[in-house]
Design a protein around this ligand. Structure first.
Ligand code: 9WN
Length: 426
């Protein structure tokens, strides 16, 4: 069967009458950034109904203050025992802003919605403008939430490793050492029963830290102002910032297309916000730990994400070019030398088969591809596109891939892998 048909079959299989689960076994609810990528896949299939519904179901979980949680627990009672943390752990109702109609988590994920919505619309041959008009205020509210509560001149702070989407990346090791005593929560985990090799998942200590942070957030009643003053994990994050800034642009363009006034941010200077003056890296842009006042360098593709944004300097583009040359050379003996690992094999922190500590993820590579293409760096974007299609064709629609052997790892029939393949084939 052709790649396109296999991808479509996976999305149809993971569709749950309004939204799509990331994978059948591991993740039984709707996840925020997964949904953005998945909606793009439906648009690339010209399935306009599923495209709109995926986004509308995501927005059902939006809080009154604009915040969009990372998990929307649709059909919560049916699946509550299959995933930890379940909705009760979050107790989102302690915030007066949480919706009553559906339970949600209390943290976010990279804000991909505005960018994904616009990319999806570009795939559709024609679309219902009134449906877009109805959805746009929620998207605008989400962007405003970030602009007003998480933002320092375009540098967006995240409050939890799960908010980054890259849960156990070594990026969070240092800030997690400074969150105080850990409570014991890991005995409640459900994920380890569902995977073949538990060593590929986060450790028990990671889970204790994740849930200890949830307790801290509940103590702040999920109130953005209280969190900003008292909460121990605050990191200015490049991926969240890049999607926020790109989202501002997407939102403004969609608003203009419908003659809606826009107030998106233009005073964004990410290059200043993330530049680490002590770094001699080819791309000297790193996440910044706000609580402990420290840059968090890691050999990983993070600094490439700014390509998603409109305003990049010629100097940055040259740095990117040099960085990609070096990357290709170092990867030359491996089967997919232009794909980016979540942590590069030459880093001391690299663990090839452990989740976000080494494996290659399709959404990360697709994001880099989009940025390279946007800025005309097509020599590189073409290679990434070809190798994403090749790895999925040869290894399957996995959640992540071993960067040295290419082997598919984690969940099979993974929704965003299928959706982003459809985007690339369009
Ligand atoms: C916690 C659903 C999500 C992705 C994340 C990925 C993983 C959850 C988990 O699965 O996280 O949110 O239980 O491990 O890290 O990026 O959105 O696919």
């Amino acid at each position: 069967m052709e790649l396109r048909e296999r991808a479509q079959q996976i999305l149809n299989m993971n569709w749950r009458n309004g939204y799509t689960v990331p994978s059948q076994k591991l993740y039984p609810f709707q996840w925020n950034w997964d949904s953005g990528f998945i909606a793009i896949g439906y648009a690339a299939m010209q399935n306009e109904q599923y495209f709109w519904q995926e986004i509308e179901y995501l927005i059902k979980g939006q809080w009154q203050n604009g915040f969009l949680p990372h998990i929307i627990y649709h059909n919560e009672e049916k699946y509550r025992d299959q995933y930890f943390p379940n909705a009760d752990v979050w107790a989102s109702s302690i915030s007066g802003d949480a919706p009553e109609s559906v339970k949600t988590s209390g943290i976010a994920q990279p804000p991909v919605l505005a960018f994904a919505l616009q990319r999806g619309l570009r795939h559709l041959q024609s679309y219902d403008q009134e449906r877009l008009r109805t959805i746009l205020p929620s998207v605008a509210q989400l962007q405003s939430f970030y602009r007003n509560t998480r933002n320092s001149q375009g540098a967006i702070s995240i409050y939890h490793p799960w908010e980054s989407g890259m849960d156990n990346s070594p990026l969070w090791d240092f800030p997690l050492q400074h969150i105080g005593e850990l409570q014991k929560w890991h005995h409640l985990r459900r994920d380890l029963e569902k995977v073949d090799d538990p060593s590929m998942r986060p450790t028990h200590k990671d889970y204790d830290a994740y849930l200890t942070l949830v307790d801290h957030l509940k103590t702040c009643n999920y109130d953005p102002e209280t969190i900003r003053k008292k909460y121990p994990f605050q990191v200015k994050d490049i991926l969240a910032s890049a999607f926020f800034i790109a989202g501002e642009q997407s939102l403004a363009e969609m608003q203009r297309s419908l003659d809606i006034p826009t107030n998106t941010a233009t005073d964004v200077d990410w290059q200043k916000m993330f530049h680490d003056p002590t770094s001699d890296d080819t791309l000297p842009y790193h996440n910044y730990d706000v609580c402990n006042r420290k840059f968090l360098p890691l050999e990983c593709p993070y600094a490439l994400f700014f390509l998603l944004t409109d305003h990049v300097s010629d100097q940055y583009k040259q740095q990117v070019n040099t960085f990609l040359q070096q990357h290709q050379q170092k990867m030359s003996e491996y089967p997919y030398p232009n794909l980016h690992a979540s942590v590069y094999p030459w880093s001391a922190k690299f663990v090839p088969n452990c989740y976000w500590k080494g494996p290659m993820w399709i959404n990360i590579n697709w994001t880099i591809y989009c940025g390279l293409k946007k800025h005309g760096l097509t020599k590189w974007s073409t290679k990434i596109r070809e190798q994403i299609l090749k790895i999925v064709d040869e290894q399957g629609f996995y959640e992540y891939f071993h960067p040295i052997s290419g082997e598919g790892l984690g969940a099979d029939n993974f929704s965003w892998t299928a959706a982003l393949v459809l985007d690339l084939l369009n």
